[in-house]
Design a protein around this ligand. Structure first.
Ligand SMILES: Nc1ncnc2c1ncn2[C@@H]1O[C@H](COP(=O)(O)OP(=O)(O)OP(=O)(O)O)[C@@H](O)[C@H]1O
Length: 241
C-alpha cells in the first residue's frame, strides 16, 4: 500500500533572535491509509510541532512531508491551503471555535471551507452530523455559542467539526485533554471507528498512555526525535483515569 503520510528526515528549528530550538530533527515515518497512529512523549518533545508541520500549518526547516504522494514543499501556499482544506480535519488543543457563531454555525463554516478545497462540492451530511452529535453528547447544545459551553463541550464540538467533512486525514492534538472518562471514551471510539470503518487516517497526539493504546501503532517522541515504535492494543485502557 502507498503511505498517505510520509515524513523524511524532518526537522524544525524555531529561531528568535540568537536563540534556536531544534523542536524536531531527523524524524522519519510512513503512515498507511486508514491507520490510527498515536504520538506520545513528554512535554516539549515536539509533538505539537510535528502536528503543525504535518498539517502544513508551518514549514519544516529541513526534510520533507509528503501527503498522498505530494511533497508539501513543492506546493505554493495557495495549493497547500487547498490540499489542507480538502484532505485534513484538525482537532486543536485550543478548539479554535469562532466565538460569534453557534456550535452548529462553527460546524457549518468548517464544512463550507472544506468545500472550497474540494474538487466536487458536497452538501453537509446531516445524518453524519446527527450521529456525531448524539455520540458526543452535544445534540442539545448545537445552538449555543462557545462561551455558553463548557471546555469539554467546546472540545466535542471541535471534534464533530473535524469529522463531519469526512477528511481522509484527521490530525488530533490532545483530543481527550478536557474530557472526563465517559466522553473521552466516546471520542476515542469515534476516532477508532473513523479509521476502521471509514478508512480515515488518524494521527492523535496524547499525553495519556492508556488512551494511546486505542491506536494501531504508538510512536514515542523525545527531544524532537522518534525514539520508539510499538503496536497499540486497538482499545483504550482506562486503568489510571
Ligand atoms: N513558536 C515557538 N517558538 C520557539 N520555540 C517553540 C515554539 N513552539 C514550540 N517551541 C519549543 O519547541 C519544543 C517542542 O515544543 P512542542 O510544543 O512541539 O512540544 P510538545 O511535545 O507538543 O509539548 P506539550 O506536550 O507540552 O504540548 C519546546 O522546546 C518548545 O519550547
Amino acid at each position: 500500500m502507498t503511505p498517505i503520510i510520509v515524513a523524511q528526515n524532518l526537522g524544525k528549528t524555531y529561531r528568535s533572535g540568537k536563540l534556536e530550538v531544534n523542536a524536531l530533527h531527523g524524524v522519519n515515518f510512513a503512515i498507511e491509509p486508514g491507520e490510527f497512529v498515536a504520538i506520545v512523549g513528554p512535554s516539549g518533545s515536539g509533538k505539537s510541532t510535528l502536528f503543525y508541520v504535518l498539517g502544513g500549518l508551518t514549514n519544516a526547516t529541513s526534510g520533507s512531508v509528503t501527503i498522498a504522494g505530494t511533497d508539501f514543499a513543492k506546493l505554493s501556499d495557495a495549493e497547500r491551503t487547498k490540499m489542507r482544506r480538502a484532505r485534513i480535519g484538525f482537532i486543536f488543543q485550543r478548539f479554535n471555535l469562532l466565538p460569534t457563531l453557534s456550535a452548529l454555525g462553527n460546524i457549518e463554516i468548517a464544512h463550507d471551507i472544506a468545500n472550497l478545497g474540494a474538487e466536487t462540492k458536497k452538501p453537509l451530511d446531516h445524518e453524519l452530523l446527527a450521529h456525531l452529535s448524539e455520540k458526543l453528547g452535544i445534540a442539545g447544545r448545537l445552538d449555543h455559542r462557545p462561551n455558553e459551553l463548557s471546555g469539554g463541550e467546546q472540545q466535542r464540538v471541535a471534534i464533530a467539526r473535524a469529522l463531519v467533512t469526512r477528511p481522509s486525514i484527521v490530525l488530533a492534538d490532545e483530543p481527550t485533554g478536557n474530557l472526563d472518562t465517559k466522553n473521552s471514551d466516546a471520542v476515542l471510539e469515534m476516532l477508532r471507528d473513523a479509521s476502521r470503518e471509514l478508512n480515515q487516517t488518524v494521527l492523535m497526539i496524547t499525553h495519556n498512555p492508556e488512551a494511546a493504546q486505542i491506536a494501531d501503532r504508538i510512536l514515542t517522541m523525545r527531544d524532537g526525535q522518534l525514539v520508539r515504535e510499538e503496536k497499540g492494543a486497538g482499545r483504550a485502557l482506562h486503568t489510571t483515569y
